[in-house]
Design a protein around this ligand. Structure first.
Ligand SMILES: [Zn+2]
Length: 342
């Protein structure tokens, strides 16, 4: 299995995250991908290639153009407005006023185009996010050209980003961009399986009305976990997408046997759908020592579920999402890949 990596991810190196009423060093650090790359190479999983530049076309198929313009210009506009810190949203359109207007002020834009205040926009964020999407797209191209599986070492992650909102450390929805690119390349059925601890609110919302991309997610019950406002069992799709969205929320302290049962239910649903290609949004924040999550998976469990996914026997693109127990992220992520390859 080939890996795709870009050193441009290091440009995303923000210094501030609002957590527990304090500014802390962000959990989503540049070291994350470096540890994963090191482990991928140590275990000789496969060749590592650099991303190809796909331009803006594939991103515009999934995201609003004004939103992408905003992410691109945000940090500059923020500085021009006289701010010295990093750009953080602090004022949102409230539910009783509606939000159908185009904001002009940078503070209004930040609220309009965001879903949470945890994620700051710092210098280099756009360049890193853009290349993270290229890392996903290059893996997608390998899937199409070689019909082989691949691992896109994406950073920043993507699954929380909606068509026009950033948050949860995500700016461009890499998995959604990859799925759309597959569809636009003539693939008729794609499934996205999200095994990150957090619900993939962005991926769900992007494909919620469609039957050509099935989305299944196993995650921490949003009653107690970010993103709080989506990821419930009764969210099953709408319109043409009715019956093509599946959520498996699980409670705090869920261990591997219960988690695996939910995963196998999702795999059965995907198998019945019969996708031509599979995208796995791979987050290792289900690990027992993850600092911001509440599942209890051990490192060897990642190997086991990689093997379970391989039983689908579908060309698979693994897209890196979350995982914040940095010392263990390499072992856990690569365990999934090695289990898959077994
Ligand atoms: Zn996560």
């Amino acid at each position: 299995m080939q890996g795709i990596y870009s050193s441009k991810h290091k440009l995303r190196n923000s210094k501030s995250e609002l957590c527990g009423g304090e500014f802390v060093t962000p959990f989503e650090t540049p070291q994350r991908v470096e540890y994963v790359l090191k482990e991928f190479n140590n275990r000789n999983i496969g060749k590592v290639v650099k991303p190809i530049d796909f331009g803006m076309g594939p991103l515009l198929k999934v995201h609003d153009s004004r939103y992408l313009d905003f992410i691109q210009s945000c940090h500059t506009e923020w500085q021009q407005a006289g701010n010295s810190g990093e750009a953080i949203a602090w004022c949102w359109p409230s539910r009783d006023t509606g939000s159908s207007f185009s904001p002009k002020d940078i503070n209004a834009k930040l609220g309009y185009y965001s879903l949470s205040s945890d994620t700051s926009i710092s210098y280099g964020t756009w360049e890193a996010a853009l290349d993270s999407a290229n890392v996903a797209l290059t893996g997608t191209k390998l899937l199409i050209d070689n019909n082989s599986s691949a691992f896109s070492m994406c950073r920043p992650p993507g699954h929380h980003a909606t068509r026009d909102m950033f948050g949860g450390y995500c700016f461009i929805n890499n998995a959604a961009v990859a799925a759309q690119y597959l569809i636009d390349s003539g693939v008729s059925k794609v499934a996205v399986l999200d095994v990150d601890f957090h619900h993939c609110n962005g991926t769900q919302s992007i494909f919620y009305n469609r039957d050509d991309v099935m989305v299944c997610s196993v995650h921490g019950d949003p009653y107690s976990a970010f993103p709080y406002f989506s990821g419930y069992v009764n969210e099953t799709g709408a319109g043409y997408g009715k019956g093509f969205n599946f959520n498996y929320p699980l409670p705090p302290n869920t261990g591997y046997s219960v988690w695996k049962r939910a995963l196998c239910s999702a795999l059965e649903v995907i198998n019945n759908y019969g996708p031509d290609k599979l995208i796995v949004s791979l987050g290792s924040d289900t690990f027992k020592d993850d600092p911001i999550s509440f599942f209890k998976l051990d490192s060897e469990d990642f190997f086991d579920y990689g093997y379970e996914i391989s039983k689908l026997d579908v060309p698979t693109l693994f897209v890196m999402e979350g995982g914040y127990a940095v010392n263990d992220i390499g072992v856990n992520m690569v365990n999934v890949l090695q289990g898959f390859e077994t």
